[in-house]
Write a protein that binds this ligand. Structure first.
Ligand SMILES: *Cc1c(COP(=O)(O)O)cnc(C)c1O
Length: 461
């Protein structure tokens, strides 16, 4: 029994009481046949906030006006630009400010964090992930394993769904963690799988991983800005995400990283056991040409990291000394200075998340996606088509995306809805992904999607 109705009036009624409805006007929508497209790919590239152009113009103007002095005299000084993003990022992923930093790109961050958190030794060499993670993550895992001299075919393990099922059961994930136990170095899942749209129980996975002595990390590409994430409370070791999907910060924009508080802090003055074979020893010149301390590139608890000048303690950064003194925060993992142009867009996009609030967004999202599930079921029933949603039905196990298997229609159906102004996406081998985002999608969008889907299905008979 559903409280929803497949009518325009019902959808418009839901929009009328949506406290977030005005955010839609803050975005540019691509046009199709004189009206806004039905944009359901905020999980791939979020729409452009209208405020982005002015934010970019500000940086260009400050660059023209100040040249290098813009590092300190720009309206948003470039030297500390990333710091302006920190409080919003912390709220977004449920972290302390010192635990997050905006830097680099997503896969780069995954690599940099694995340098610290994937440290195979002895028989503890394996990485456990979900079935079919995003390919970039698979490449990153496999290449890290190979980099440490391991064999990806042996050391990269994916949890598989049960026969006849599309998604994973938490109990099976935990059973696999316990089975691998002391062979497990790292458990690294997506927060939400890009293909199935399944959201994983990050708290339970983290607890199980740490209980067997492994570290737990998450790729939040499809979770940041989509789920209500609480990284600190869940005790996650590390996480990373991109900003161009749900976070609307533009193609290739700056990514984010989280490192739990307990891993932070500079190296104490003495008494720390040195990690055999860390970068520091390898970097030490045999000719003894380093003056002063050799470059000791690890953190207080012996965690190694790949260092760069932007991770150096900022109060001494411009002394340009040889010895690396890490920031006592997640900023220690920064290697390079801040990409200000992409951060300018990220700043205004995050400001919208602050105004909307992640709990309010999530509340709307659960309703919007439930409405989409209802509409898809209606269309399937009335058109006599088998439209199978493989994303879990339980709101706790999904974000806003639904992945549809259109048995026998697949790509042709996808092409037909695309011609009608629906922007969804097709993912090989046979899924149509539809992601109504709470920030700018409406219930009317979802209703209209149902109308087009029905028309396209009847045309194909
Ligand atoms: C989108 C996505 C990526 C893309 O990586 P980039 O480094 O941003 O190009 C990687 N992993 C996951 C899980 C993704 O969803």
């Amino acid at each position: 029994m559903s409280t929803y109705q497949n009518t325009l009036a019902h959808a418009q009624g839901l929009d009328a009481v949506d406290p977030l409805r005005s955010f839609r006007n803050e975005f540019h929508f691509p046009q199709h046949a004189g009206r806004d497209v039905l944009y359901f790919t905020g999980n791939s590239l979020g729409l452009q906030p209208k405020a982005a152009a002015d934010a970019l113009k500000q940086e260009l103007d400050d660059w023209a006006r100040f040249g290098v002095e813009g590092h300190f005299h720009a309206k948003h000084p470039w030297y500390s630009y990333h710091e302006e993003l920190t409080p919003s990022l912390a709220r977004l992923v449920g972290a302390l400010p010192e635990e997050v930093v905006a830097m680099n790109q997503l896969t780069s961050n995954l690599h940099f964090l694995m340098v610290s958190f994937y440290r195979p030794s002895g028989k503890r060499t394996k990485i456990l992930t979900e079935q079919r993670p995003f390919p970039s993550d698979t490449y990153a895992f496999a290449s890290q394993i190979a980099f440490h001299g391991g064999d990806p075919a042996m050391d990269l393990v994916e949890v598989q769904p049960r026969e006849g099922e599309h998604t994973l059961r938490t109990e099976d994930i935990i059973a696999k963690i316990n089975e691998l136990s002391e062979e497990l170095a790292l458990v690294c899942f997506g927060g939400v799988n890009f293909y199935t749209g399944q959201a994983f129980d990050m708290a339970a996975i983290t607890q199980a991983a740490q209980a067997v002595g492994a570290t737990a990390g998450f790729d939040l590409a499809h979770a940041a800005g989509n789920l209500h994430v609480k990284l600190h409370d869940w005790n996650v070791d590390f996480a990373c995400w991109c900003s161009y999907k749900y976070l609307n910060s533009g193609p290739g924009s700056v990514a984010g990283a989280f490192v739990h508080q307990r891993h932070l802090g500079p190296k104490p003055a003495q008494g720390l056991p040195r990690n055999e074979g860390t970068l520091s020893e390898k970097a030490a010149s045999p000719a003894g040409s380093l003056s002063g301390d050799p470059t000791e590139v690890c953190l207080g608890n012996g965690l190694p990291l790949f260092a760069g000048w932007w991770g150096h303690n900022k109060s001494e950064r411009f002394k340009m000394e040889r010895t690396f003194k890490p920031m006592p925060t997640a900023e220690a993992w920064q290697v390079s200075n801040a990409p200000v142009f992409s951060m300018a867009v990220h700043r205004v996009a995050l400001e919208q998340f602050d105004r909307a609030g992640i709990s309010q967004l999530r509340a709307k999202s659960e309703q919007l996606t439930a409405y989409l599930a209802f509409i898809i079921a209606e269309v399937a029933q009335h058109s006599g088509t088998h439209l199978e949603v493989i994303t879990p039905n339980d709101p706790m196990q999904r974000g806003c995306q639904l992945s549809i298997l259109a048995h026998g229609h697949g790509k042709a159906l996808f092409n037909r809805i695309t011609e009608r102004g629906v922007v969804a996406d097709w993912r090989e081998p046979n899924v149509i992904r539809v992601a109504p985002v709470p920030m700018y999608n409406s219930f009317e969008d979802v209703y209209r999607f149902g109308v087009i889907l029905t028309e396209c299905l009847s045309a194909s008979h």
